[in-house]
Design a protein around this ligand. Structure first.
Ligand code: ZN
Length: 115
């Protein structure tokens, strides 16, 4: 299974955003098409969340903000609890958490080079 981490490109002005917004942040346009963000992103900042919502395994939950080559930033869960700023990460599809009996899947960011 090959899941791609996609952004949303405004059809009017070309701005790429993630996540999807109702209206373009630049021109207020309403039409978007999917756009590939890239295979790797650099870690801009992160935070460790210790007061985690119920159903998330393995505390702490590490949330990071990453920047793709085109300058698009996205926030997501990291697979490492000791990330370094600037490290290259790649989006991987996997289980994020379990809420009751429901498993939630989505993208997490994993270091490209381990260790
Ligand atoms: Zn726009």
């Amino acid at each position: 299974m090959q899941e791609k981490f996609m952004g949303f490109k405004c059809r009017k002005c070309g701005r790429v955003m993630y996540p999807r917004h109702d209206r373009c942040l630049s021109c207020r346009g309403r039409e978007f098409e999917e756009a590939e963000l890239g295979k790797e992103a650099a870690l801009v900042t992160y935070t460790k969340v210790y007061a985690i919502p119920e159903g998330i395994e393995m505390p702490p939950l590490v949330l990071g903000i990453v920047e793709f080559p085109g300058g698009v930033r996205a926030m997501g869960q990291l697979t490492t609890d000791d990330p370094k700023i600037g490290v290259k990460l790649r989006p991987v599809w996997g289980k994020l958490r379990k809420i009751g009996e429901k498993e939630v899947y989505g993208f997490k960011f994993e270091p490209v080079e381990k260790g």
